[in-house]
Design a protein around this ligand. Structure first.
Ligand code: ARG
Ligand code: ZN
Length: 849
C-alpha cells in the first residue's frame, strides 16, 4: 500500500519552538551495525512559544530507553519522532538509541564510508542520530564523547579530554543540530596553524585516508588564504582553537560547514597536479573558502527555518565568488560564474522546477539545495551591493554581524539591516526573493544628434504558481563607447524600477555604442537586436571584460541560431572578430580561451524555445559541429603560433595564469584535432605532465573517435585512484557521439569499478549523460529510458541523489511531441515505482505538473 501523499511544509505556518535547549551531551559507542547514542539534553520552556507540547524528531532510530529528570518514561512514538509528557519547567531529557551506520546508504545521519564513520546532518539528518528538536532555530552548546577502537575520533569544537578508546569534544558556540559532526576512523592529518588578526593561534588539520597525504597541501593553503581574506575583507575572525577538514569518499554534496569540523567530498578537497585539473583546483579553492566562510555566515548567524536557506547560501556563495575573483584577478572568474548561472539556474528558472529564492513551501528540503537558492541568491546580494555601494555594503554587514550574532535569522532580518544601515526602502528589491523566474529586458535606443536614450522594458514569464509578476529593481551597469572605441561614458548604474523606463545621456559628440549590463549586473536575459558589426566592435573594444566576452558569445549565438533556422548566418563577421580577438595580445590567454568556446547546446535550445522554435537537439549539435569546423579552418594559420604561445615553461602551478595558458592550449588543440585527425592530441596525451593537459587531450581523441588506446592506458595508470577514475567514466559519456551516448553509459554500469552507491561514480556516468545534450535527447529515447531505470534503482538506496538526477528531465516541455511523450513515459514510470521516496516523488511530481 502506498503512503498518503507527503504534506507540504509552509513558511506561513512557522511557529517558534515550544522548548529551547540549554545544553547537549552526547555519548557515542561506535559499532558498525549497532551504534549506541546516549543523549542528555537540558530543555527550558520557550517564553515566546504558543504551547508546551513536547515533540522530538527521530527517524530510523531504535529507542532503548528514555527518562525525564531521571525517571524512566515511555514516550509515544509517532510519525517522524516521539511525544512525551514533560514538566512545565526546565528539565533534563535522557535517551539511549541504537542506529545502524553500515546500512545507511542514504548518506544522511551517521554512516560508514570506506570503513570510516562520518555524518551529514544538514538539513534534517540529525534526527537519524538521536531524538532531538531538529530545527535550525534551536541552538545549543554540545559536548560529545566518542568511544570506539578507531584511532581518530573527532567532533565539533575543541578537544577537551581523551584516553584509550575515547575522546571528548566541546563546542562552546551554540549551534543548531544540522551543524553537528562526528568522524571516526583510520585517518592521517596534514597539520598547520594560523595566527588570527587578534593574535590567537589556531591549529589546522586536514584529515585524509592513509595514501592521500600528498593531495592535501593545496586545500590547506586555500584554507589559510580564506581565513586571512575573511579577516581583511569582512573583519571576521575564527573563533575556536582548532579548525579541521575531513575528506570522505561517499558524500552526497560538495562539502559541509559543520562547526569547526568541515566534512568534504574527496572531490572537493584532494588535489595534486598529477590527478587534478586546473578546474578541480579552482573548484577546491572555492569550496574550501565557501565552507570556511560559513563559520560566520551560516554558523554564528544561522537560519531560522529552511525557507531562509539562501540567507546563508546565497551570501556565502557571493563571498566565495568575491574571494575567487581576488585570488584569480582578470575578470575571468565572473565570466565563469555567469556561465554556470545560465547553465544551471536559468535552466531551472525557465522550467517546471522554477522556485523563489525564498520559497513559500516545500515537501523535501533536500530538493531545495538548488542553483536558485545558491547562485541566484548570490546574484541578488551582488545587486544589493551594486545598488548601495561598497562602503554601505560593508557598513550593513558590520551591522548584520553585530545585531544578529548567535541568532537564527530570516531573509527579512537581512534586508532590514540594509534598510537601517542605508536608509533605503527595499520593499521592491525584496521581490528578487519572492518572485521566481528570469526577467527579460528588452532595449531600444534613440539618438537625436546630441542625446542618446536607452529605453528598457522588463517582463517576466509566468512560473509554476506565479502568473502575475511585478516590476523588479534592476541595476543596469552601462558604459558608452565612441566610434573609435574610446570609452565616452564610464560605467554608470542605471536603476530601473518601472516596467518601462528611459535613461538619457546628454551632449555626446557622436552616436555611441552602448555596453549594457556590464559585469552582468543583474541576472536577467537581455534582448537587444543589433548588428554583427556592433558585436564585433564590442568584442574588440569593450573595457568591461564580461561584456567583451558577452559580445563574442552573442555573435556566436546569432550564427548558430541562423544556421538552425535557415537564415543567413553572420559567419564572416564572427570569424573575423574571433581572429582579431586572438591576435590581441593584450587579452589574457584565459580570456581568449573562454572567447573561443561556443555557447552550450542547452543554451541554444532555450533560446530557440524562447523564440517559439521547437529545438531539435540533433540539429543544434550538428550546427555546433559545423561551426567548430568552420572556426578551425578559418583560424588554421594561427593555430601553431597560438599553441606555441601557450606552452607553460615553468613547473606546474595551479595558478589562474598557468590555468589560462593551458585552457587556451586545449581550445587550440580541439580545433587542431579537427584538421589533423588527432595527431597533435595523441602527442599531447603522451607528453602531458599534468592532469589538465592529459584529460584535455583524451577528450580530443575521444571526439575524433581515436580514444581507445588512450582510454586503456589511462585506466591502467589510474585504476587505483577513485577520483581520476571518475573522470575516466565521465569523459567517455560526455564525448560519446549522440547515437552512442546511452549505450556507452549503459556499458559503463557493467564495469567492475562502477558502484551506484558512490555518488561521485553515479554522477560520473549519469550526470555526464545528462550533460551530453544531443546524446541524452537522442530521438531513440534510450537516454531517457536508461536514466529512468537507474533513478528507480538508486531511489531506495540514496533518495537525495536519485531526486537530484531527475532534474535532467526539467527541460522536457521545450521539445517536440515525440520527445515529450518519451520523457513523460519515463517520468510516469519513475512515479509509479513502489515506495518512491518523498525526495524523488516531489521532484517528478513538480516536473510533470
Ligand atoms: N551547506 C552545505 C554547503 O553549501 C551543503 C549541504 C547540503 N546538504 C544536503 N543534504 N542538502 O556547503
Ligand atoms: Zn554553503
Amino acid at each position: 500500500m502506498k503512503d498518503a501523499e507527503p504534506q507540504a511544509i509552509r513558511l506561513a505556518d512557522y511557529a517558534p519552538p515550544n522548548w529551547l535547549v540549554n545544553e547537549v551531551q552526547l555519548t557515542f559507542r561506535l559499532a558498525p551495525r549497532a551504534t549506541r547514542v546516549l543523549s542528555r539534553i537540558r530543555f527550558r520552556p520557550n517564553p515566546e512559544a504558543g504551547g508546551r507540547a513536547f515533540f522530538l524528531h527521530g527517524e530510523h532510530l531504535k529507542l532503548i530507553r528514555a527518562s525525564v529528570d531521571g525517571a524512566e518514561i515511555s514516550p509515544r512514538l509517532v510519525d517522524g519522532g516521539l511525544e512525551a509528557d514533560v514538566p512545565d519547567a526546565p528539565f533534563t531529557w535522557e535517551a539511549e538509541v541504537e542506529i545502524d551506520p553500515e546500512a545507511n546508504t542514504a548518506l544522511e545521519g551517521l554512516y560508514l564510508s570506506n570503513g570510516m564513520y562520518c555524518t551529514q546532518c544538514e538539513a534534517e539528518g540529525f534526527r537519524r542520530i538521536t531524538f532531538y528538536p531538529d530545527r535550525p532555530d534551536v541552538m545549543a552548546p554540545f559536548t560529545v564523547r566518542i568511544e570506539g577502537p578507531e584511532p581518530v575520533l573527532l567532533s565539533n569544537g575543541n578537544p577537551t579530554a581523551s584516553g584509550a578508546g575515547w575522546a571528548e569534544w566541546t563546542d562552546p558556540w551554540p549551534k543548531p543540530a544540522y551543524l553537528f559532526a562526528l568522524v571516526a576512523g583510520d585517518l592521517v592529518a596534514l597539520e598547520d596553524s594560523f595566527t588570527t588578526m587578534s593574535g590567537r593561534e589556531v591549529t589546522l588539520k586536514l584529515w585524509v585516508r592513509p595514501g592521500d597525504e600528498h593531495k592535501t597541501e593545496f586545500a590547506m593553503e586555500a584554507l589559510k588564504k580564506s581565513m586571512r581574506w575573511d579577516e581583511e575583507v569582512y573583519g571576521r575572525e575564527y573563533d575556536l582553537d582548532i579548525f579541521q577538514i575531513v575528506a570522505v569518499s561517499d558524500f552526497n554534496m560538495g562539502a559541509m560547514e559543520n562547526k569547526g569540523l568541515n566534512i568534504f567530498n574527496t572531490s572537493a578537497v584532494l588535489a595534486s597536479p598529477d590527478t587534478s585539473t586546473d578546474a578541480n583546483f579552482e573548484r577546491i579553492e572555492a569550496i574550501v573558502a565557501h565552507e570556511y566562510f560559513h563559520n560566520w555566515t551560516g554558523n554564528r548567524i544561522t537560519c531560522r527555518d529552511w525557507f531562509q536557506l539562501s540567507l546563508k547560501e546565497g551570501l556565502t556563495v557571493f563571498r566565495d565568488q568575491s574571494f575567487t575573483a581576488d585570488m584569480r584577478p582578470g575578470g575571468v572568474s565572473r565570466i565563469e560564474d555567469v556561465m554556470a548561472l545560465r547553465g544551471r539556474q536559468f535552466r531551472e528558472d525557465n522550467g517546471p522546477l522554477a522556485h523563489q529564492v525564498q520559497p513559500d513551501s516545500f515537501v523535501e528540503i533536500n530538493n531545495f539545495y538548488t542553483a536558485t537558492i545558491y547562485e541566484k541568491g548570490a546574484e541578488v546580494i551582488r545587486m544589493l551591493k551594486t545598488l548601495v555601494g561598497d562602503a554601505a555594503y560593508r557598513d550593513a554587514l558590520d551591522l548584520y554581524f553585530a545585531r544578529h550574532d548567535g541568532e537564527a535569522c530570516t531573509i527579512d532580518d537581512w534586508l532590514k539591516v540594509f534598510e537601517d544601515a542605508t536608509g533605503r526602502d527595499l520593499a521592491q528589491f525584496r521581490l528578487w526573493y519572492k518572485q521566481a523566474g528570469t526577467p527579460r529586458l528588452d532595449v531600444t535606443e534613440d539618438w537625436d544628434g546630441a542625446n542618446y536614450t536607452l529605453t528598457f522594458r522588463q517582463h517576466m514569464p509566468a512560473t509554476p504558481g506565479q502568473n502575475e509578476k511585478k516590476p523588479m529593481v534592476i541595476p543596469i551597469a552601462t558604459g558608452l563607447l565612441g566610434p573609435n572605441g574610446d570609452e565616452v561614458v564610464p560605467t554608470t548604474v542605471l536603476e530601473m524600477t518601472e516596467a518601462e523606463q528611459s535613461f538619457t545621456f546628454e551632449g555626446l559628440a557622436a552616436r555611441p555604442v552602448p555596453s549594457i549590463l556590464r559585469g552582468f549586473s543583474a541576472p536577467v536575459i537581455l534582448n537587444r537586436e543589433t548588428s554583427p558589426e556592433e558585436r564585433a566592435f564590442l568584442l574588440a573594444h569593450d573595457t568591461d571584460p564580461f561584456n567583451k566576452w558577452e559580445a563574442g558569445r552573442a555573435l556566436a549565438k546569432d550564427v548558430l541560431i541562423a544556421m538552425i533556422t535557415g537564415e543567413e548566418p553572420p559567419l564572416a563577421a564572427y570569424l573575423g572578430a574571433l581572429a582579431a580577438m586572438l591576435r590581441d595580445e593584450g587579452q589574457s590567454p584565459a580570456f581568449r580561451a573562454l572567447a573561443l568556446r561556443l555557447p552550450g547546446e542547452d543554451d541554444i535550445a532555450q533560446t530557440l524555445f524562447d523564440a517559439n522554435v521547437t529545438p531539435d537537439p540533433a540539429r543544434i549539435h550538428d550546427a555546433a559541429e559545423t561551426l567548430r569546423q568552420e572556426v578551425a579552418e578559418h583560424l588554421q594559420d594561427m593555430l601553431p603560433r597560438l599553441a606555441a604561445e601557450c606552452v607553460v615553461a615553468e613547473p606546474f602551478a595551479p595558478t589562474g595564469e598557468q590555468a589560462g595558458q593551458r585552457a587556451l592550449a586545449l581550445e587550440v588543440l580541439k580545433l587542431t584535432t579537427r584538421l589533423d585527425g588527432g595527431k597533435a592530441a595523441a602527442a599531447m596525451f603522451e607528453s602531458a605532465g599534468n592532469m589538465t593537459l592529459s584529460l584535455g587531450a583524451l577528450g580530443c581523441l575521444l571526439d575524433a573517435e581515436k580514444g581507445e588506446d588512450a582510454l586503456a592506458a589511462f585506466a591502467a595508470k589510474w585504476q587505483g585512484d577513485a577520483l581520476v577514475m571518475d573522470k575516466w567514466f565521465m569523459m567517455q559519456v560526455v564525448h560519446a557521439a549522440p547515437e552512442k551516448a546511452a549505450a556507452t553509459a549503459e556499458a559503463l554500469t557493467a564495469h567492475p569499478a562502477f558502484n551506484m552507491k558512490n555518488p561521485n561514480r553515479f554522477r560520473a556516468v549519469f550526470g555526464a549523460l545528462a550533460m551530453n545534450a544531443a546524446g541524452f535527447h537522442h530521438a531513440s529515447g534510450k537516454g531517457y529510458d536508461l536514466l529512468a531505470d537507474w533513478i528507480i534503482r538508486l531511489d531506495p538506496l540514496n533518495p537525495q541523489i536519485a531526486a537530484r538526477m531527475s532534474s535532467a528531465f526539467e527541460t522536457w516541455k521545450r521539445y517536440d511531441a515525440d520527445r515529450q511523450a518519451q520523457i513523460r513515459a519515463a517520468l510516469e514510470r519513475i512515479k509509479a515505482s513502489e515506495n518512491l521516496s518523498r525526495d524523488t516523488g516531489e521532484m517528478v511530481g513538480r516536473i510533470l505538473a
